[in-house]
Structures are given as structure tokens and as C-alpha cells.
Design a protein around this ligand. Sequence first.
Ligand SMILES: Cc1cc2nc3c(=O)[nH]c(=O)nc-3n(C[C@H](O)[C@H](O)[C@H](O)COP(=O)(O)OP(=O)(O)OC[C@H]3O[C@@H](n4cnc5c(N)ncnc54)[C@H](O)[C@@H]3O)c2cc1C
Length: 398
Amino acid sequence: MTDTRTDPIVVAGAGHVGLIAAIAIGQAFDNVISLGTIQGGNDKRTTALMMPAITFLQKIGLWEAIEPHAAPITTMRILDGTNRLIRSPAVTFEASEINESAFGYNIPNVTLTSVLSDALKQSSIRHVAASASHYHATDGAIAVEASDGSFYTANIVVAADGRSSLAREAAGISARTWSYNQTAIVLSFSHSREHHDISTEFHTEQGPFTQVPLAGKRSSLVWVTAPAHAVELLELDRNQLATRVEERMQSMLGAVTIDVDPQSWPLSGLVPTSFSRNRVFLAGESAHVFPPIGAQGLNLGVRDVETLLETLPNDGTDLGAASVISTYNRKRRPDIIARTGAVDALNRSLLSDLLPVQMVRSGSLELLRTFSPLRSFVMREGLRPGSGFRLPLKRAVH
Ligand SMILES: Cc1cc2nc3c(=O)[nH]c(=O)nc-3n(C[C@H](O)[C@H](O)[C@H](O)COP(=O)(O)OP(=O)(O)OC[C@H]3O[C@@H](n4cnc5c(N)ncnc54)[C@H](O)[C@@H]3O)c2cc1C
């Protein structure tokens, strides 16, 4: 075991989580290597980041460059777009109800990638544009071979290498995976009416159809549907697709013009048996994959990075010590398991035609609509785990 760390911290993967991890860890620790190819030029998605993630980006100095391209989300609405016997009431969540100016901001993925890669270039972090090809645990370290022939003896590895993580496998962490019979179609569109910073999620029999505001009279869309329907939508021309989007939204935003062509993402889920083992710490999709419902994925990835920073001792001692590994596992498990389970249950409840399931869903939404303390609790918990309890506890104490 090393008493004074000289070996580098290797962050494997240069997606959004890997880049955020490398930049944030590089501000707190010397000798950080970012290993991975920066892609994303053709990613048409946008990402809704909630206020806690925005606060973290502010803290590490990235928000100023992102903000001009970001659109606030001040209201979130859930509408039942099904033709079922039991239909759920509309529920509206206002950020002002929990004394927030916004729930978060919607940001084009290409903007995130370019701001993060610029920040990496301007930092002292060494970036190696190659993939990790082999890991080998040695005494008190982990050897990393890269596809360009370079070789590193790392103190720890941050596995931000996505859902098929090689680092996770090399650490001996297995993962349970499953797929959904659903595909997400993403696109962006302009509309003739103002969105007033409102995001609307229509619950349909095939999954949620979620409009999220962008700057000006523009919005992004995540349309989760059956794979065959997704194929049909992708074959439409822009005008035909615009008509489908407008119909689905009941012309709520007026006339629709598609201005970013659709892309499709098959949906799947993944949960590993552990979040850290043998000097490897999982962050982002190596640690959790679930459908894009309620904008949770990257938000959870940012919390992985925040927790890792809080957990790693900054006194020169071994970052891969058993106590550090177990603390990270203990801190990440409840949040990740709860989010994965909640998103999965909500998604499956939409797909189920069973009357009792529909009754429970409808009853829960009615309770949310009419009982404002519960609504506040859900809004706070949606932003950050544990924060829903804070306000009622404060009230009870005073
Ligand atoms: C349609 C859709 C909409 C979404 N919307 C939202 C949203 O609004 N809000 C939200 O919070 N989340 C959202 N998400 C989730 C979010 O996109 C993911 O959580 C996030 O992209 C995960 O980032 P990552 O860096 O962990 O993984 P990835 O983006 O997969 O990055 C992993 C990187 O590692 C690289 N890599 C793989 N193997 C190696 C190796 N051996 N060595 C080096 N590098 C390697 C890969 O090439 C890749 O670049 C959405 C997801 C989808 C599908």
C-alpha cells in the first residue's frame, strides 16, 4: 500500500461524466490522466440538468460558458395522453413552490461536450485520446494499457467508460442488464407559441413523450415509443413528422417545425453488484443505465463525481484503500438503486394495461395534484435525494 500517492488517477472514458470527473478531480488532485476519445459532435440530444448539478458545474467553473446556451425549466407538467379507461389527472409542479427559480436547465449535448473539452484543454490534466485496452491489478496499484501502446500505473481508475465498461469488468464487478421493448426518438423543433419555460410530459401507452424548453420558441423532444413505431417515425419527412408531433401535443405550442432531425436510442437498463472494487470507482453509465424519464441519468452521474470527490482523502494517502472503496459503495448504493427502481417502475406502469396498475398510477397522481406537501416532497427528492425530508424536519424543529 502506498503511503504517499505518486501514481496517477486515471479517468477512463471521455463522455460527459468522464470529462466532468477529470476536470473536477484535476482541480483537487495532482497527476490526473483523462483516457478516452472525445466524441459527441453528432449527438442531437439535449440534457436537462437539475439545480444541484448546475450548482456543481458552477463550483468547478464550467457554468458560465454553458449558461448562454441553456434554457431554464420552471414548470413541469404531466398529462395523460392515453385512451385508457382510467385516465390520470394532470399534475403541475412549479419550482416556485419549493422556493427555487428553476428546477434546472436544458442544454444541447454538443454544447456540453464542447465546453467540457475546452475546459480539459485549458487545464493541466493530461488527455490521452486512446481507449484503455487492458487492466491488471498489481500490488497497491492498477496497470492500465491503452490502445495507442501507452501504459500507466494508476493509483485508482475512475470507470467513466459507459455501459459496457471494461474497467468494471476488469475489477470483477458483474452487472445485471435488461432491455425494454422501447426506443427513444430525440429531435428538436421550433413552435409558433411561447413555451413559457414549461416542460410537458405526456404519458402514452408506449412510454412518455416529453417536450423540454430550449432558448427562444424552440424545444427538444424525447419520444419513447415501441420500436416498430420508432422506425415508422424515422422514415417520415420533416413536415410529416412535425404534424405527428403537433398532433401528439394537441397543438399546445402551435405550429411545429422540425429543425434538428431525429435520432433513435434503444432503451435498456443496468445495475452493477458493486460501485467500487479493486481500485476501480464506477461513475456514470458504468454504474447505472435506465430509460430517459424524469431527466435523471447525467444528474446521477454528476452526483457520482461529487460523491467521489467527497470520499477521496486529499492527504497523499492511498486512494484505493479498502475504507475509501467501502465508503463510496455505501454512499452511492441507495441513490442509484432508488433512482433505477423508481424510473423502471414508472415506465412499466405506463406500459401496463392492467386495471389495478392504472388505478394505482392514477390515484398517486391525484394525490400529488391535490396534496401540496407531498408535491413539495417529490419535487425536492427529484432534485436531490434526502432533501425532501429537510423542510418538514426543519419545520418540526422550529
Ligand atoms: C434519449 C436520452 C435522453 C437523455 N436525457 C437526459 C436528460 O435530460 N438528463 C439527464 O440527466 N440524463 C439524460 N440522459 C442520460 C445521459 O445521456 C447519460 O446518463 C449520460 O450520457 C452518460 O454519460 P457517460 O459519460 O456515463 O457515458 P457515455 O456517454 O456512454 O460515455 C462513455 C465514454 O467512454 C468511452 N469508452 C468506452 N470504453 C472505453 C475504454 N475502454 N477506454 C476509454 N474510453 C472508453 C466511450 O467511447 C464513451 O465516449 C438521456 C439519455 C438518453 C438515451
